[in-house]
Design a protein around this ligand. Structure first.
Ligand SMILES: Cc1ncc(COP(=O)(O)O)c(C=O)c1O
Length: 442
């Protein structure tokens, strides 16, 4: 990485051609944190209020809870036995990244997983019912249903069907956008640190990568990114809003400035994976720019607030001509099981989003108040995770906390003293506070 004033320019990695094979080793070169077993599954506890008549509310009762626990522990046992991380990491970016928050040796059965920004609530009850209902028919592709399924996804955000492209998680559409809209002369431009997936695709394809420094308040410097795109006569600007890992946001004024100052041949790719968790009124979705026909692609996922990380559904929203290009590169339709889960959740979208956000905000506020009372610094969070300034290298926390039963986020250079912690259930956060404090006090 070459530091050029306010910008880091990453030299192209020669020999990183077949990205599905070199993905793990490539990221390991970039980040030398120890590699251990991984786990990206959500915990099964139910923290949300229920209403019996609504199919989207979680099932009540001992049997429902016991059933879920049995399923979870069986799957965990399976992955632990496989020593699964190495086996799957080359195709699953977040799994590969999560594993860098090393969990070495035997994994405690009651490990609290705060390392992958998952939603401990899991899929809504109505989605679980919809999936059960379609399982026996999953021997077929169900191609004929997807027009309607994708139209439902589009409509949920006020978009037309020709303005969206669904993917296997938002990862698929992010990767496609990077592949299509960067080239040997058209760089990938972002901030450091940001979510690594799109950046690593660019690197693995041998595309130039330009990472600009965050401002003092950890927000993205939109002017700097536009400047870089201008210098390169075009590029793809990746803006993660809220940003993973900082949980900081780019406000609507800055996004608006960036959209109206996009240089020629430049596309703005806005990743809104965590937008549903934002409370600040000055932060807005970039979807209106898509509707206005700007050079803007917005990416959304069902992995976070909807609790469907394992179901792998996301979408890109873009002007029809851009969406058409992205669509041509799509792997295929998404899984019918996942699609039915999404359609069921969207039928109760407003309630689901409201309740889940309220639960997250409550737990997030309790955590920030606890940190504040103890004089522990952190970046003001806007997503379902936050970054804590440990005051020393965060590596000690990243490696020690899992041995005490709490898996936390991976290293995010250059923020070496920062620890990323996902917000789990209230019970998870009780354990987090106990273990964090033990390590913090030394
Ligand atoms: C900012 C951001 N974008 C995209 C993704 C990929 O998520 P998925 O492929 O599950 O939609 C993640 C994963 O954690 C993320 O943090």
């Amino acid at each position: 990485m070459v530091d050029q004033g306010n910008t880091w320019v990453i030299p192209l990695g020669l020999g990183r051609v077949k990205f599905s094979f070199v993905f793990l080793s490539n990221t390991a070169q970039l980040d030398d944190s120890p590699v251990g077993a991984t786990h990206t599954e959500a915990k099964g506890s139910n923290v949300y209020s229920t209403r019996a008549h609504n199919p989207c509310r979680p099932a009540r009762g001992i049997m429902a809870r016991a059933g879920r626990r049995t399923l979870m522990s069986t799957r965990r046992g399976f992955f632990a036995q496989m020593g699964a991380a190495a086996a799957v990491a080359h195709v699953l970016p977040e799994a590969a990244y999560a594993q860098r928050a090393a969990v070495k040796g035997a994994i405690a059965k009651d490990m609290v997983w705060l390392n992958a920004n998952e939603n401990p609530a899991g899929p809504p009850a109505c989605s679980l019912d919809a999936m059960r209902a379609v399982l026996a028919a999953s021997g077929r592709y169900h191609y004929n249903e997807f027009g309607e399924i994708y139209a439902t996804m589009a409509k949920s955000e006020g978009l037309a069907p020709e303005q969206i492209v669904a993917g296997s998680g938002s990862s698929e559409v992010l990767h496609t956008a990077v592949d299509l809209f960067t080239s040997a002369t058209r760089p990938f431009i972002s901030v450091s640190p940001a979510y690594e997936g799109p950046r690593d695709v660019a690197r693995n394809l041998g595309r130039p990568v330009i990472l600009t420094k965050l401002r003092e308040d950890y927000t993205a410097d939109v002017r700097k990114m536009a400047e870089e795109a201008d210098k390169a006569h075009g590029g793809l600007i990746y803006l993660c809003n809220p940003n993973n890992p900082t949980s900081a946001v780019t406000n609507a004024q800055d996004v608006d400035w960036l959209v109206s100052h996009l240089p020629a041949n430049t596309i703005l790719l806005v990743d809104e994976a965590y937008l549903h968790f934002v409370e600040r009124p000055d932060v807005k979705s970039a979807l209106p720019y898509v509707m206005q026909g700007k050079n803007v692609i917005v990416v959304r996922t069902f992995s976070k607030i909807y609790g469907m990380a394992g179901l792998r559904v996301g979408f890109a929203a873009a002007r029809p001509d851009l969406a058409e290009q992205l669509g041509r590169m799509a792997l295929n339709v998404i899984s019918i099981v996942s699609a039915r889960a999404v359609v069921a959740a969207l039928a109760d979208r407003d309630n689901i989003l409201r309740e889940r956000k309220a639960a997250l905000v409550k737990t997030r506020r309790e955590l920030t108040a606890w940190l504040h009372d103890r004089g522990v610094k952190f970046i003001e969070p806007n997503a379902n995770f936050l970054m804590i300034d440990t005051g020393r290298s965060a590596r000690e926390f990243i490696t020690t906390m899992p041995t005490l039963g709490v898996a936390v986020g991976r290293p995010f250079p250059p923020l070496d003293n920062m620890l990323r912690v996902s917000i789990g259930t209230d019970a998870d956060m009780v354990k987090f506070r106990e273990v964090f404090w033990k390590v913090y006090k030394g």
